[in-house]
Design a protein around this ligand. Structure first.
Ligand code: ATP
Ligand code: MG
Length: 380
């Protein structure tokens, strides 16, 4: 008999986890998601939905009572409530790990304690702390909200003394931290998995291109030397090894000019930069996540075809219903998330451009430029 899987969050990540679960009915018979948005992406592909806030105590308890295993697609679930329902369902990654990761200051402190490479940082509670930190790190530096940030929305880059007050006020008394600015030459990430038996596997290092603080493209594999890729993958393995709990972890890193690797942050869940695995690899990050939490042997993570993942984002100047997106191109795999309304920079879908005919990353990048020109999100 298959198990019932509960997911905190039913957006596109929950949707793709649901689809992966439907391929293994012998292990998972049903998926239930907890999400505040009616008709959320996961519910559109057949997940049952509890409509409530991610932090709603009663809803989390209801989900736990109905499920055998619980996992998440977002890190903002209430870790205390999750901890209290561990008796009803197995929770992976563990609420303990979630608690450490969902607070960027605790997360960085944890990484530092485990001798993992991070940018220098301090906790900021007062404007005095901020001034002290800036004296130490110099300009620019990044003021970050410790919790509930995504797509760069919780970051403020401080370039000069004049901006201190504005930056501090921007966050309106939230718990903050200040981080030294890293002049990176590339942003990269590793999708790593650890199963309940302790087996660890990583997908190869990928390269991430951000625009307006939001992920735009992932190039798989990253265009770095074998040595750099190997070092980043080893750092990712060590990171997952010190964290408790099973599942996929998305580990975002910077590569500096002299090829040093610095961890930016960890997501205790499947990650946007792992979407290429849906076509580039034998097994996707979503399949791997399920194998990890079910205690099955982890699958082969090799990239078989070089692939570029491109996010389809809502245009900056438009909010409302949009016409269906159509792109037909050989070896282009489009995945829309079923969101009816476009909002500025909202993630509406993605596509993978796959080098199935032996194309190199350089050739795929040229092809991508012509496709971008034809790709428009238009109002209905
Ligand atoms: P996301 O949801 O996209 O992962 P987030 O809101 O959690 O974002 P971060 O990952 O902390 O925010 O930062 C977003 C981006 O800001 C990073 O991808 C990177 O481009 C830049 N950034 C963050 N920290 C630093 C730093 N210390 N030095 C230089 N750039 C940074
Ligand atoms: Mg990030």
């Amino acid at each position: 008999m298959g198990k019932i899987l509960g997911i905190i969050g039913g957006g596109q990540l929950g949707m793709m986890i649901t689809e992966a679960a439907q391929k293994i009915p012998e292990y998972i018979s049903k998926v239930i998601v907890l999400d505040p948005a009616e008709n959320c992406p996961a519910s559109q592909v057949g997940a049952e939905q509890i409509i409530a806030d991610y932090k709603d105590r009663n809803a989390i308890i209801e989900l736990a009572k109905k499920s055998d295993i619980i996992t998440y697609e977002i890190e903002s679930g209430d870790s205390e409530v999750l901890k209290s329902v561990e008796g009803y369902a197995e929770i992976n990654p563990s609420p303990e790990t979630l608690k450490t990761i969902q607070d960027k200051f605790l997360q960085k402190s944890f990484l530092l304690q485990n001798n993992l490479p991070v940018a220098e940082f301090i906790k900021v509670d007062t404007i005095f702390d901020l001034e002290e930190g800036l004296k130490k790190f110099g300009f620019p530096a990044l003021l970050k909200s410790r919790r509930d940030a995504y797509d760069g929305r919780g970051n403020f880059k401080i370039d000069s003394l004049e901006q201190i007050q504005k930056a501090f006020n921007f966050f309106n008394k939230k718990n903050l931290m200040l981080e030294k600015f890293i002049a990176f030459k590339m942003e990269v990430s590793v999708i790593a998995a650890r199963n309940t038996k302790g087996e660890i596997k990583t997908f190869p290092l990928v390269e991430n291109i951000h625009e307006d603080n939001i992920l735009r493209e992932t190039i798989a594999p990253a265009r770095v030397s074998k040595k750099v890729a190997h070092r980043a993958e080893e750092i990712a393995k060590t990171t997952v090894n010190v964290l408790k709990g099973a599942g996929i972890f998305g580990i975002e890193m910077f590569v500096t000019k002299n090829d040093q690797i610095i961890i930016n942050e960890i997501a205790p869940r499947v990650h946007n930069s792992g979407h290429h695995t849906l076509q580039s690899s034998e097994i996707s990050q979503f399949d791997q996540h399920l194998r990890a939490i079910l205690g099955l042997d982890l699958g082969n993570t090799a990239i078989i075809y070089p692939t570029i993942m491109y996010n389809i984002l809502g245009p900056k100047n438009f909010e409302g219903e949009y016409k269906p997106i159509e792109i037909t191109e050989p070896n282009l795999f489009l995945k829309m998330y079923g969101k009816k309304i476009s909002k500025p920079l909202r993630k509406l879908g993605h596509f993978n451009l796959v080098g199935k005919s032996g194309e190199t990353i350089e050739q795929l990048l040229i092809k991508l430029e012509t496709i971008k020109g034809k790709l428009n999100v238009n109002p209905v």
